[in-house]
Design a binder for this molecule. Structure first.
Ligand code: HSE
Length: 440
């Protein structure tokens, strides 16, 4: 019979959806974690905003506090889990914890995207590990995959469906014909959305994750203001149906890749991707991240991108690394990723892809001629063109698939088209991605 395992105490800041999952699942799978790590991982204190909310969770007396400093100042707690969300207070908490010599586990992608450069440098300076598996793609171990499993590769490109809420919305709109609002309501009820779902639907939750993936891949931080982000709020059934009829699915895609001059392209946009690509069949809350390495080729990581259990699985994995590092003298898994500087970015206007363009137009002679003239004048080729028949006098949808062009050139053409009298509503422009290691 082996001796009683050592206990490592954890301070849990935040008992929302994910925090509650961490608390419950650490108890549920505590024995197997102890078997595997040789350590009993125990939550000692939990910081919450209001004590009253948690009466039905059977939290032991005295465990809750409304001040996260009680966790950081407790000498018996070497590990702090930050799951309070938001940026301002989370930044104070993480910085204070690092300066107090605590190991930090966070799932806060907005915090890392905005302050990762500084916090990682501080953690290195203080020689304190900082773990963040739950910050990207929920339950998918993509941080470990890129940082550890693909360590011998130059990363050529990453394409990610990295927001569960928007993938759920697009799936339900496309498969069940739900309105955008109803689909969002379902995603919120299922606990996928951020407390403020604006960050999900405007694309920024995915944008923050893309910044973290870019840093992991290239060692450089891209500033949020250098990232081009579009959400899904402007997508309609019409576009999803048109896309499907041509053999494409519409997905909110994070694109992270290097161009030939080593500039980093980081953007998030709803894109048409071929139905024949496995990524097009990633439905509901599921996420998928395709990573191209120069040695390994294409790899694909798939799993639940949001939700209590999936995300808590990633936090618990970080906790296992944290206690290993704390208790094992040979432990060297300190969570650091080399970081250089703020990297050179490829301006979005110079990024290249094919495009889908839908226009609401008058159905009368000369409309297609005037639109195609503008497109030709901008040096862009038309791949195909469709206009479903409408009753005489009714407005029509004109849908064009366009050859490769820079985004800058494409936007100029669309602005000119939007100014035509025959164009009755703001044009819908979506990128078409081939999901290859290099575009082109
Ligand atoms: N709101 C996020 C999502 C949770 O929907 O993907 C995981 O980061």
């Amino acid at each position: 019979m082996s001796s009683e395992p050592k206990t490592v105490f954890v301070g849990l800041a935040g008992l929302g959806n994910v925090g509650a999952g961490v608390y419950k699942n650490l108890i549920r799978n505590g024995d197997i974690l102890t078997d595997r790590t040789g350590v009993r991982i125990k939550v000692k204190r939990i910081a919450v905003r209001s004590l009253e909310k948690y009466t039905d969770m059977q939290i032991p007396e005295g465990m809750l506090t409304t001040d996260w400093r009680d966790l950081v100042n407790d000498p018996e707690i070497p590990v702090i889990v930050e799951l309070i969300g938001g940026v301002t207070e989370a930044y104070d908490l993480v910085k204070t914890a690092i300066l107090a010599g605590k190991t930090v586990v966070t799932g806060n992608k907005a915090l890392l995207a905005g302050h990762g450069y500084e916090l990682i440098a501080l953690a290195e300076q203080e020689d304190v590990p900082l773990y963040f598996e739950a910050a990207v793609a929920g339950g998918i171990p993509i941080i470990k995959a890129v940082r550890e499993a693909l360590i011998g590769n130059h990363i050529q490109a990453i394409y990610g469906i990295i927001n569960g809420t928007t993938n759920y919305i697009l799936t339900r709109m496309s498969d069940a014909g739900l309105s955008y609002e109803d689909a969002l309501g379902e995603a919120q009820a299922l606990g996928y959305a951020e407390s403020d779902p604006t960050l999900d639907v405007n694309g920024w939750d995915a944008g923050h994750k893309a910044i973290i993936l870019a840093w992991l891949s290239y060692g450089d931080w891209v500033k949020p203001e250098q990232v081009y982000v579009e959400g899904v709020t402007h997508l309609t059934q019409t576009d999803l149906k048109f896309a499907r009829s041509m053999g494409y699915a519409v997905k909110l895609l994070g694109v992270i890749r290097l161009d030939a001059t080593n500039r980093i392209e980081v953007r998030v946009q709803p894109c048409l991707i071929p139905q024949t690509n496995i990524m097009a069949n990633v439905h509901g809350v599921m996420n998928a991240v395709a990573v191209y390495g120069d040695i390994v080729g294409e790899t694909l990581f798939y799993g639940s991108g949001a939700g209590q259990n999936a995300t808590s699985s990633s936090v618990i994995s970080d906790l296992a690394d944290a206690v290993d590092n704390l208790t094992n003298e040979a432990g060297d898994n300190n969570g650091f990723v080399p970081q250089g500087h703020y990297g050179a970015c490829l301006p979005v206007d110079e990024t290249v892809s094919r495009y889908y363009l839908r226009l609401r137009v008058d159905d009368r002679p000369g409309v297609i001629a005037s639109i195609s003239k503008i497109i030709a004048d901008h040096g862009i080729g038309i791949l195909s063109l469709q206009q479903p028949e409408v009753d005489p006098g009714a407005d029509a949808d004109l849908m064009l698939m366009l050859h490769q062009a820079t985004f800058g050139k494409m936007k100029q053409a669309v602005a000119a088209i939007a100014g035509l009298e025959c164009v009755l509503a703001p044009p819908v422009l979506l990128r078409v991605e081939s999901l290859k290691a290099r575009e082109g």
